[in-house]
Design a protein around this ligand. Structure first.
Ligand SMILES: [Ca+2]
Length: 334
């Protein structure tokens, strides 16, 4: 027959098994869970931007600003005067092609196309095409981390490509607060992180490219100019250490930095409830709390019962049939 302490041990073990299996998957509080830091943009300056430019790529090279524009029949590669927004020079893509992201590898510009599955490599000074590469699927954003080209395609997957041959080397899945993050669009590699604006959101994320984890989640709302479409274009000017953003048909480019919000966002309000607990998770959480409370109350009660049982076994303080009570000292074995 089970003794009191044995019952307690089994009871505790069963409860901890229940608690440990009631929440499955990485959630806030787990060691595997990484929550992005929430920041907001601060505008420091702004310059004119061509409001006819359907911006798809934005990049600085030695203090000079370059831009790729999209739409079939209106796609181009251009060098732009940052201060005035004027187009210094440009070339048009074939009318069948839709320009997308650009980046620099040395003095060469590489430009993606959306669905033509071809990328062009240009000489920066002449805009002469010096190579072209084919790839599978769509092309959205492009960046260069000094070793690999990093390419987005509208999904949650980033592709790492050989900077000389454009061959696919590896891929990584991007997650925001442990949820897959799709629609990664224009890209910028800066200071060890890959920045991406999210299509159809006024949001920028900074991605740790060794893990795919988003470490900064930036609210970039409030900058879109009248007539503008989505935010699309991040470029860091190393010569002035300044970061610039714009969007499709935006009439301005903005020099920005990021800061912590004055009022911290609530845990589930900053990303369309991407990290919100599901109803099942909420039930599990309540269930675990109730079980834990029962555990805390039950242990001392069971311990008292166990002590009483042992007292009965040894005859200590035993009540007599006639209503009397054995003196304690008389019943204690010496
Ligand atoms: Ca860029």
């Amino acid at each position: 027959m089970l003794r009191g302490r044995g019952v307690i041990a089994i009871f505790i073990a069963a409860l901890f098994c229940t608690l440990s299996t009631s929440n499955i998957g990485a959630q806030e509080g787990d060691s595997a869970y990484v929550r992005a830091e929430s920041l907001v943009v601060v505008e420091h300056d702004n310059f004119s931007h061509d409001s006819d430019a359907y911006t798809q790529g934005l990049e600085f090279y030695q203090g000079r600003l370059f831009e790729s524009t999209g739409l079939r029949g209106n796609s181009s590669l251009r060098e732009v005067n940052l201060s005035t927004g004027e187009v210094i020079r440009s070339i048009d893509l074939d009318e069948s092609e839709f320009g997308e992201g650009i980046t620099f590898v040395g003095g060469d510009i590489i430009q993606l196309t959306w669905q033509s599955e071809v990328a062009y490599r240009y000489d920066v000074d002449t805009f002469e095409v010096i190579a072209n590469y084919t790839y599978d699927g769509e092309g959205w954003g492009l960046a260069y981390d000094g070793e690999y080209l990093i390419m987005s395609n509208g999904s949650n997957v980033l592709q790492f490509r050989n900077a000389s041959t454009f061959e696919l080397v590896s891929t990584i899945n991007v997650t925001l607060n442990n949820e897959s993050l799709s629609n990664l669009n224009e890209l910028e590699y800066w200071d060890g992180l890959l920045y991406a604006n999210i299509y159809h959101r006024e949001e920028i994320v900074a991605i740790d490219i060794s893990s795919g984890v988003v470490v900064l989640h930036i609210d970039a709302s409030g900058l879109k100019t009248p007539g503008g479409e989505v935010l699309n274009g991040i470029a860091f000017d190393a010569t002035t250490q300044s970061l610039w953003i714009t969007g499709k048909y935006w009439s301005k480019m903005y020099n920005i930095t990021f800061i912590e919000p004055t009022i911290p966002p609530t845990p589930d309000s900053d990303t369309d409830n991407i990290s919100a607990e599901t109803p099942l998770q909420e039930i599990n959480s309540v269930y675990s709390t109730v079980i834990l409370a029962i555990l805390l109350i039950s242990v001392p009660v069971l311990l008292i019962l166990d002590i009483n049982n042992r007292q009965k076994d040894t005859g200590i303080g035993m009540n007599l049939k006639d209503g009397g009570h054995n003196p304690t000292d008389a019943g204690v074995p010496k």
